[in-house]
Each structure stands twice: as structure tokens, then as C-alpha cells.
Design a protein around this ligand. Sequence first.
Ligand code: FAD
Length: 398
Amino acid sequence: MPRGPLNIAMIGGGIGGLTAALALRQAGFEVDVYEQAPELTQIGGGINMGPNAARVLRRLGLGPGLEREGVRPIGSHQRRWDDGRTLQLASLNPRCEELYGAPHVTIHRADLLAVIASGFPAERIHLGHRLVGLLDRGDGTEAWFDNGVHITADVLVGADGIHSPVRAALFGEEEPRFAGCVAYRGLVPVERIADLEPELGSQSWVGPGAHFVHYFVSRGSLLNFVGWTEHDAWNREDWTDRATPGRALAAFEGWHPQIRRIIAAADTCFIWALFDRDPLPRWSVGRATLLGDACHPMYPFMGQGAAQAIEDGAALAACLARSVGPGGEGDPAEALRRYEQLRLPRVTRLQEMSRANKTRFHMPDGPAQEARDAEWSRAGDRSPDALRWLYEHDPAAA
Ligand SMILES: Cc1cc2nc3c(=O)[nH]c(=O)nc-3n(C[C@H](O)[C@H](O)[C@H](O)COP(=O)(O)OP(=O)(O)OC[C@H]3O[C@@H](n4cnc5c(N)ncnc54)[C@H](O)[C@@H]3O)c2cc1C
């Protein structure tokens, strides 16, 4: 017998959790978001977002916000670390729109989160709620928060990031591994580097044991940079750890003058360590499942972590709407199994490709690097045309 819309508890109000909450609400479900932070924030600079994710956000009605806050890079430019020689050049916009019906966008994380949140009722985002326990009851899930609140939900989704307590509760505790890489991140007001005349695109400089990426965010007023270097050991993971631009400059000693000018123009720098987990064979237990970094964290070397979390939300909403319906008549556990079966092969492939890119981007000069450069000059493997399998995918239709 129909029993009314399912109520869904989304644990985590990051990019993945909020997108999924919005997609599920638009599919007719009752959704509440529980976020541990006292306010919705995203620290850490920019996101490079492919048309596969931009298309999902547009369908959710977020196109105007994306258009307003984001930047459309004209191309992606791979360059050599010391002399700046072009290794690969691919046009992004308007090519992506022509091929895939959506642009490639670069955007500040905080702006992206605000755009997504603008589509979802603020009163259903419960801030200051840190999940501390959950129990699968078979016909639903109970959850407890550190502020004493206790809830029951028909379906619970852990969109709570790489350290996911929901993942730990469903599949056991397992610490993520340090991936041997740290990132120096910063934002530079464009007027400080105007004399460099940086092209309106995404540039990636590759060299021995490191690579450096920069692109525009915040309506084009800031240049976001992230410089990755290899390290043997690390014991912290926090976007808010500061480093001086001097330390970042030392890490990129001998690199092209443009890179050193950009770093030197920053007032401050953040340092962030990369952590990793192996792919999970499954994400769901009964009526609880996972989404985004909680189940498939990936190195950011395909620029697809947030994009895949966004795709997850669309796929989850489509699976639940199809198998259960807003009237609540079908089996939610079956819909969750279908969701993970659809998503697992794609995100596992991207996790593997992102890992392989760490090696490819950080090759020391020598025969392997020469072979890579020759391949890049021929194949254009990061051009929108070559990434059709990635960019044309429609998670809701699949
Ligand atoms: C340097 C760097 C560059 C990147 N660049 C790109 C890029 O260019 N393109 C791209 O697509 N991706 C990129 N990524 C990846 C992307 O940032 C992540 O994949 C994405 O943010 C994951 O979103 P999420 O919602 O799954 O998790 P998160 O953004 O981590 O959100 C999890 C949320 O859950 C909350 N939470 C945690 N525990 C609890 C709890 N117990 N109770 C309640 N709430 C809780 C957290 O406060 C947080 O708000 C990059 C990542 C890094 C590190």
C-alpha cells in the first residue's frame, strides 16, 4: 500500500551531499541534510568541472548560478616545467557545449556550494549535526548526532567525505593511506599578475616529481593555483593548514618564471596532503548507502572527484524514483543496489586513471618522459573530443 514519500537523511552537506539532496527532492522525496559544520563552507580554492557535471547541475536548475559564478576556460594547456614548452593544447569552450551540451567550468568551491545550496530549502539543512552513530533497522535507519538529536529515516546516505563515519559504521574502520603527495594552494588577485597576460584557460605544468595547475575562479577575479609535490611522509590532512608562499617557492625551485611569479603574488598559501583508499566492492547495506568521497575518493589528477559526486546524486535520485516512486511503494534497498551497480565501474575506472596520472605527470626527464610527450602531442588524450566516454555520460539516463 502506498505510504507517502520516503524520507531520506543525507549525512554531509558538501558538494556531493547537497547535489544529491536537491536531485532527490526534485524527484519527489522528503530530504533532510545533516552537516557537522556550524555553517556551509568549502575551503580550498577552485574546482575544474567537466561538462558531465555541469550538465547535471543545469538540469537541477542551477545553470544561471553556474553561469554567474563560474568561468569558462577557452582551453587546457599542458606545458613543460622548465621552459614552458607546449606539450598539449586542447580547446574546451565552446567545444564542450557543442559536443556535450554543457560547458567546462572553473569555479571557486565556496561559490559552487552556494549555487547548489540556493536550490534547496535552508530549513532542511541541519547545521551543527555531527553524526556519531547509526543502526540499520531493516525497514529504515536510526541515526544519532553529537548534539543529542536522534532521527529515523527510510533511507540514509553517507555523503560525509573521505573520513566518512557512515562508511566506517557500514563496512568497518579503515584509515585512509597517505598518497605521497602534498599540494600548495593559493589564490592570486589577477591584477597582481596582469603583466603575465595569462590566457583564459587551465594550464598544467608537468615536471620531475611535481606538477602545477592554475585557472581562474570567482568570476575571473582570482587565479587559483595548486602545486603538487611528492613527499615521503605526512601526518595531517586539513585544508586550513597554512604554509608560506616562500615554502611553496622552495618546492618549485628552478621551475618556469611564470609559476614562481604566481606563487610569489599570493598573500598566503595552504598546504594539503593527499589521502587514498582502495575501491570498495559495495557501497550499500540495507537502506543505507554512500556517495562521493565517502565511497570513491580519487586523486584529483583527472579533475573528477566532485564531478563524480555530482553524478552520484543524479544516479541515486533516478534509481530511487524508478524503483520506489514518490508514493513509497517499491523496495529502497533494491534501488540502492542498482545505484551502486551502475556507478561502481565508472568511478573505479576514474580512480585508477587518476592514480596513473600521478606517475605520468611527475616523470623525471628521460626516455619515459619523452615517450609521454610524444604521445601527448599526437593523441590529445585530454581534449574534450578524446574524453567522450567521460563527458557525454548521463548518470540519470544510465
Ligand atoms: C587539491 C584538490 C583539488 C581538487 N580538484 C578537483 C577538481 O578540479 N575537480 C573535481 O571534480 N574534483 C576535485 N577535487 C575532488 C573534490 O574536491 C572532492 O571529490 C569533492 O569535494 C567530494 O565531495 P563530497 O561531497 O563527497 O565530500 P566533501 O566535500 O568532503 O563533503 C563531506 C561533508 O560531510 C561533512 N561531514 C563529515 N563528517 C560528518 C559527520 N560525522 N556528520 C555530519 N557531517 C559530516 C563534512 O563537514 C563535509 O561538509 C579536488 C580535491 C583536492 C583535494
